[in-house]
Design a protein around this ligand. Structure first.
Ligand code: CP
Length: 325
């Protein structure tokens, strides 16, 4: 266990050692247990977290805000649209100023080619930890909750096969941050990782190379595939969600035209039956029901999506308690 995490930013888990990530998970399970038992844990009394959103959210906002209250502190909800950012406040000013009012700054900015750089610019100017609530490249608090859920449902992740697959959605070009982060994290835990997508939905080369290197070091494997059914076959964990063809076309209409070639990429009962008999179905939500996933799957006996969403709360509380304490 690592005990020297105070003041650390969490922008990408790839910048944290496995031992440090294990510490977060250990604390998350402790806080989850204490909450179930009604044991208060005001570890951040009088501390304040600024939550700056450039994009909508249900789970991330609600779980960070509830988590800060349960830790004895407070979370400020700040939407970029109602700040002076549009009138000139720079990332440096946000880091300097919000860092002087608060004990942590959490940011969601998923703008393609912008979000990660923005968060890093704020962090460079901030005297307090900066937490990534999702950018164009990473969604580390989602991945932590996902790994926590896998540990709960499956025990040791080593040797498990996870199918991280693209699925069709009609709503919008969703960020690539979930498959990127999940590929990078699960490959560090000795898992057999299948990244499955039509060719136009590829992830950045450096991510694929890093995931392969992670798998080599951890004794797992990492394979890129383009056949939805083959990715499902025998998988212990089915994690199928939509993301945008952002490395192929950043224009929303062009991206939709590409996605519309693959409307049959839905996780339905036939496909889920190809996975292991005790497979779990995961999704970070929101899902495009009836398009991305069938109701019978997301509401069915293999689905763990609500436990997964709950674990956002516990994982984030652990990160905040360790970095902002
Ligand atoms: N999974 C996730 O990040 O959900 P929100 O977009 O609702 O925060």
């Amino acid at each position: 266990m690592q005990t020297n995490l105070r003041g650390r930013d969490l922008i990408s888990l790839q910048e944290w050692t496995k031992e440090e990530i294990d510490t977060i998970l250990d604390v998350a399970f402790q806080l989850k247990r204490e909450r179930a038992l009604g044991i208060p844990h005001p570890l951040l009394r009088d501390r304040v977290l600024a939550m700056l959103f450039f994009f909508s959210s249900t789970r991330t906002r609600a779980s960070f805000e509830a988590g800060m209250a349960q830790l004895g502190g407070h979370a400020q909800f700040i939407e970029s649209r109602t700040t002076q950012i549009s009138h000139g406040d720079t990332a440096k000013e946000i880091g300097e100023i919000l860092g002087r009012y608060n004990d942590g700054i959490a940011i969601r900015n998923v703008d393609w080619g912008v979000g990660n750089g923005y968060i890093r610019d704020v962090a460079a100017a901030s005297r307090v930890p900066v937490l990534n609530m999702q950018c164009d490249l990473y969604h580390p608090h989602q991945s932590l909750a996902d790994l926590m859920t896998i540990l709960e449902k499956k025990g040791s992740p080593k040797g498990l096969t996870i199918d991280i697959s693209w699925a069709y959605a009609a709503s919008y070009q969703k960020p690539i941050s979930v498959p990127v982060d999940l590929s990078l994290l699960t490959s560090r835990y000795g898992m057999h990782v299948r990244l499955v997508h039509p060719p136009e939905f590829r992830l950045p080369t450096d991510v694929v190379d890093q995931a392969a290197e992670n798998a080599r070091r951890s004794g797992g494997s990492f394979e890129v595939m383009d056949d939805f059914d083959a990715g499902m076959r025998g998988a212990d964990i089915v994690y199928a969600k939509s993301w945008g063809a952002l490395l192929t076309a950043t224009d929303e209409a062009d991206g939709k035209a590409i996605a519309d070639r693959y409307t049959d990429w839905i996780t339905d009962e036939r496909r889920l039956a190809l996975a292991a008999g005790d497979a779990i179905y995961m999704h970070p939500l929101p899902a495009d029901r009836g398009v991305e996933v069938a109701d019978a799957v997301i509401d069915g006996p293999h689905s763990v999506v609500y436990d997964e969403a709950e674990n956002r709360l516990h994982a984030q509380k652990a990160v905040m308690a360790l970095t902002m304490g």
